[in-house]
Design a protein around this ligand. Structure first.
Ligand SMILES: O=P(O)(O)OC[C@H]1O[C@](O)(CO)[C@@H](O)[C@@H]1O
Length: 564
């Protein structure tokens, strides 16, 4: 049962779509937004809400139960019109079609970008060089489902005949952040008799911690790597194999190691039988791969049915993104609002603040999705960009952040636009007898209070009227006009999570399109990898490296490390 899929030989490769020749900053649409920004910067959210009492109902959009309130942003209907015109000028509609259509929009790697095919229902036809990839996707999904069921039911046993009770995913970047985040987010759907662990860091402490209390006889390793050449993953996988074989012998490997990769050759070279490999394709970017076989550890945890619901959430958002007018299109709105602040206000960072304990790793996941995609300084043609590009994305779950860095959000000199993500229903009721306030109500009261406070602040007059000491009035004043989006979903389910991930994928795409950059390569990670490869022998070889192998700083640090 080989699950490695290959697409047919290229027939007539789909041409890359035209690279926009126009610098977006020289367009009339850009100029109109620049002029409009000076008007808006004189406005306030208090004023905008006073002028339009229905603003909180009209500046909203919804799809399949996912509700976006973007009213607490410094924008008007005119701003939206101008932003939508900018999106049109950037050719967003055509670029969306080019992506869904399998055109080679990843021009620097000459690849299509088809993560949307990973969640396409069976029967839909999506071609790469004349080959329909949807049946391939479903074949791998079916193979994953069979394997996940075998592990969950205890049919798949370790080399000594024991059931698998721990699945350790070894991967990094997209081969870790996605499955680790989703595993946490969907704990309520998990078979808790099988624990999932995630090892990514090349620091030996990570794999040590993950294995210290484990029994190899009941442990399954999923080695997840698109390329199967990533230093951290291969080092950790080797360590895991040594740990396992020192106790169970070489023959145990095939019962305790499976691989997820696009690179069957390297998987075989590592010593994992490609019969135990689940494949995907070079048209899936690492940070866009959690809904591919990279989600295997998740599927083992939540089961194939919930995994399919998760995919259905992505697919629903894909349909919404592809078919909804920009003015009501959630990813487009989030993308345009982000461009508004990044380029016309110069705000450098963007916070994502989930009011759900289970979404603790969502901001870290989005950091890779957004910053590896849009942290670019040249456009598709290789010319230096004249816009700002991707913001620094950060965040942690509310309410913990409130007692840490929200001080800066409310009163600091930096303005940080933020997305607040919350759920109508809790994952869990209060523990124990209900003699205290409903904790979910406490959570959501904070969720609402924060965006209200950020938007409207508290004036010096209000502070003084409350009887504050005069010298304290400036300290206790809140400026307001700190913009936020509120995303509200009925409940954190596999479907909702799929929707949310796809929402941000398409937001990132929208922004990359406006900026005219390639959101699907990541050359910026290469230099450090190459230099590390050069330094490894300099740290470990018996003989000292030559005196001036690097700069004087790096050389001195290498000597200190060698001294031990
Ligand atoms: O899945 P792989 O090939 O091991 O890559 C892991 C990660 O490394 C990167 O290439 C960056 O170094 C990411 O884009 C990717 O998600």
């Amino acid at each position: 049962m080989s699950h490695v899929m290959s697409t047919s030989e290229p027939t007539a490769p789909a041409a890359a779509p035209d690279i926009p020749a126009t610098d977006i900053t020289t367009t009339p649409e850009w100029a109109a937004l620049t002029a409009h920004q000076s008007e808006i910067s004189a406005a306030s959210l208090r004023g905008l809400f006073d002028a339009d009492p229905t603003r909180g109902e009209t500046f909203t959009a919804e799809t399949d139960g996912l509700y976006l309130d973007y009213s607490k942003n410094l924008l008007t209907a005119q701003t939206l019109e101008l932003l939508v015109a900018l999106a049109r000028r950037a050719g967003l509609a055509e670029r969306v079609e080019a992506m869904f259509d399998g055109q080679r929009i990843n021009v620097t790697e000459n690849r299509p970008v088809l993560h949307t095919a990973l969640r396409a229902p069976a029967g839909v036809r999506i071609e790469v060089d004349g080959h329909d990839v949807v049946p391939d996707v479903h074949e791998v999904l079916d193979a994953m489902s069979r394997f996940a069921e075998q592990v969950r039911s205890g049919q798949w046993r370790g080399a000594t005949g024991e059931r698998i009770t721990t699945v350790v995913n070894i991967g990094i970047g997209g081969s870790d952040l996605g499955p680790a985040m989703v595993y946490d987010a969907l704990r309520d759907y998990a078979d808790r008799s099988i624990e999932g662990r995630f090892v990514s860091n090349v620091d030996p402490t990570d794999i040590w911690e993950a294995t210290a209390d484990l029994d190899p006889a009941t442990t399954l390793f999923v080695v997840a790597s698109k390329t199967f050449t990533t230093l951290e993953t291969i080092a950790n996988a080797r360590a895991a194999r040594g740990w396992l074989t020192s106790k169970l012998g070489e023959n145990a490997v095939s019962r305790h190691f499976v691989a997820v990769s696009t690179n069957a050759e390297k998987v075989a070279e590592f010593g994992i039988d490609t019969q135990n490999m689940f494949g995907f394709w070079d048209w899936v970017g690492g940070r866009y791969s959690v809904d591919s076989a990279i989600g295997l550890a998740v599927m083992i945890s939540i089961g194939p049915e919930h995994f399919r619901e998760f995919l259905a959430g992505f697919a629903a958002m894909d349909t919404h993104f592809r078919g909804t007018p920009f003015e009501r299109n959630l990813p487009v709105l989030l993308g345009l609002i982000g461009v508004w602040y990044r380029d016309f206000f110069g705000y450098d960072t963007h916070a994502v603040l989930p009011y759900s304990h289970y979404l603790g790793r969502f901001p870290a996941y989005l950091q890779q999705l957004d910053m590896e995609s849009n942290g670019k300084r040249v456009d598709l043609a290789g010319r230096p960009v004249r816009t700002q590009t991707g913001p620094i994305v950060w965040g942690t779950p509310g309410t913990n952040g409130q007692h840490a860095y929200y001080q800066l959000l409310h009163q600091g000199t930096a303005v940080v636009p933020a997305d607040f993500i919350g759920f109508v229903q809790p994952n869990h009721p209060n523990v124990g007898p209900a003699d205290g306030p409903d904790q979910h109500a406490l959570l959501m009261a904070n969720f609402l209070a924060q965006t209200e406070a950020l938007a409207f602040g508290k004036t010096a007059e209000q502070v003084a009227a409350e009887g504050a000491e005069e010298r304290l009035v400036p300290h206790r004043t809140f400026p307001g006009d700190r913009p936020t989006n509120t995303l509200l979903a009925p409940k954190l389910t596999p479907f909702t999570l799929g929707q949310l991930i796809a929402l941000y994928e398409h937001k990132v795409f929208t922004q990359g399109t406006i900026w005219g950059i390639n959101s699907f390569d990541q050359w910026g990670v290469e230099l450090g990898k190459v230099l590390a490869g050069r330094i490894v022998p300099e740290l470990t070889a018996e003989t000292e490296p030559p005196a001036a192998a690097h700069d004087s700083s790096t050389d001195t640090l290498i000597r200190r490390l060698r001294r031990g």
